[in-house]
Design a protein around this ligand. Structure first.
Ligand SMILES: Cc1cc2nc3c(=O)[nH]c(=O)nc-3n(C[C@H](O)[C@H](O)[C@H](O)COP(=O)(O)OP(=O)(O)OC[C@H]3O[C@@H](n4cnc5c(N)ncnc54)[C@H](O)[C@@H]3O)c2cc1C
Length: 369
């Protein structure tokens, strides 16, 4: 076993995810076309037991390692990245609420999650963008909690969510809450995203929503990794895997019209593929290292997420662009998976922290620290 790879006793979970991902790949293009949330895929993931396996043991889970989790996200993203995106957000919000809540509330959220209720992250604000951990919207004290009137943008899977992880300012301090979907919360279409079109992002409007005091998260007791920042690099790695697979499939079967020679014999393509695949391998190894840091609860995890995401976002774009170059006119057609993969590759770049923000944080540590 590779020390950065999935622990052997967890391999059956990865195998299960590989089976599901192969199935999801058969409908990924249709979901991209319709921009409909792939609810049946998310239900299948839940039915497989994967959701529950990620919970800590004391809440009925198996505390699945971050190494296995990363590999699972990567497989799912190669099959259907919209499914993988909503799943990462669902898992991240639910496990986050379980980790950050007082014991009774944590148990409530673990039971809801185990029962198949859906979770989403309502963190990014229209004016805050990448600064999703620094909300600008205030929640004001009322009987039993705090009232929020405001909006969050790009909440993946919001319309099927039963619970949201929300952050707001309470007395000027960023504070997390769990909020149940109710009639005070409205979903406004903001246009489908260019990539991950089936991720179900909407503008989520809170109209005087009461954030219950007993659903207020506690301040962190110590360092703790999380399933969102550790999952996002693998989302891009999966898209890169799909790009490389589509490229190879096309290059092997396409003959150059003028010479009759196989596209796969073109030296430029061979060199560029070797280059991008080596960088994909390196980005994958680094992401596995980040997962290992998470399993060790090492504080170096926080900066490693920046590097892992930057490397993965970049290689996903490079692989998808090379696939498009190899695909030529065929890859440019809406019927080709290549154009979808290229659009999907851009989404990882945009999602917080964006590649620019990751660069800024890494350089700040190097230059200003
Ligand atoms: C497919 C998808 C799914 C998403 N799902 C969720 C979700 O489930 N929940 C959720 O809360 N959010 C979600 N988001 C939101 C996402 O995480 C980001 O918060 C959001 O896309 C970035 O905000 P913005 O578009 O306002 O960009 P801005 O932050 O306004 O950025 C604009 C530009 O400025 C750059 N920039 C911004 N800040 C800096 C800086 N400090 N240094 C250097 N450059 C900077 C950016 O890189 C970008 O190029 C999702 C986004 C996408 C695309």
């Amino acid at each position: 076993m590779h020390p950065l790879g999935t622990p052997p006793d967890e391999q059956p979970w990865v195998d299960k995810a590989a089976e599901l991902a192969a199935r999801f790949a058969t409908t990924a293009a249709a979901y991209d076309e319709s921009a409909e949330v792939p609810a049946e895929n998310l239900e299948a993931l839940h039915a497989s037991g994967l959701d529950q396996a990620l919970l800590p043991v004391e809440f009925g889970g198996e505390n699945l390692s971050y190494r296995a989790y990363g590999e699972i996200v990567r497989l799912l993203a190669a099959g259907c990245p919209s499914t993988a995106c909503i799943w990462v957000m669902h898992v991240g919000a639910a496990c986050g609420l379980v980790a950050m809540s007082a014991p009774d509330t944590a148990r409530f959220y673990a039971e809801e999650y185990t029962a198949g209720k859906r979770f989403a992250n309502a963190l990014s604000e229209p004016s805050g963008g990448n600064l999703f951990l620094l909300p600008q919207q205030h929640a004001l004290p009322v009987d039993g909690g705090f009232r929020l009137t405001g909006a969050k943008r790009f909440t993946s899977g919001c319309e099927i969510a039963d619970h949201f992880l929300v952050n707001v300012l309470v007395d000027g301090v960023p504070t997390f809450f769990g909020a149940a979907a109710d009639e005070t919360i409205a979903y406004l279409p903001i246009g489908d995203t260019m990539g991950l079109r089936a991720n179900g992002s909407r503008l989520v409007e809170f109209h005087g929503t009461v954030l219950r005091a007993d659903r207020r998260c506690l301040p962190p007791k110590g360092h703790r990794p999380n399933r969102i920042s550790s999952g996002l690099p693998f989302l891009s790695l999966g898209v890169a895997d799909a790009a490389v697979a589509a490229l190879i499939e096309h290059a092997r079967t396409r003959a150059i019209p003028t010479t009759g020679e196989s596209l796969s014999a073109m030296q430029w393509l061979r060199f560029d593929l070797a280059d991008v695949h080596s960088r994909l391998d390196a980005a994958g190894m680094y992401a596995n290292h980040m997962s290992w840091l998470a399993d060790e609860n090492d504080t170096a995890f926080d900066m490693a997420t920046m590097r892992a995401k930057l490397l993965a976002n970049q290689v996903a774009l490079d692989a998808a662009q090379l696939a498009l170059k190899a695909g030529g006119g065929s890859g440019y057609l809406s019927t080709s998976p290549i154009q979808r993969i290229l659009r999907d590759a851009y989404a990882g770049w945009v999602m917080a922290y964006s590649a620019e923000v990751c660069r800024d944080r890494i350089s700040a540590e190097l230059l200003d620290g």
